[in-house]
Write a protein of this length. Sequence first.
Length: 109
Amino acid sequence: MKEFDLENFSREMPFTMPEHFLDDMTNRVVAQIGKQRKQKKERKFVALFAGAASAAAVALLFLNPFSQSGFNIPDYESISQCASVDEVFQTMSADELGLYSMMSNYYGN
């Protein structure tokens, strides 16, 4: 095993540091900490908003469940008894016509 000779070992630094590197080190560290705290607050806000939105969605489902009292879509028999398409549209309520309009725009009809 080779012995390490400390007497002949170079004591020069193996790297160099830019001039005035440490002069504003404190300011840069404090600025970085401020950014991290701001990001942490923003994450908390987003998590709080997401939780509130989820709670509102669940409350909406419990307070207004999907039931038979929703939109009455005519079945095939009632449509086939109508003489024309105009009669079908005349029997539909304003909400049902709005739903039909949105769906027809969505499907491109």
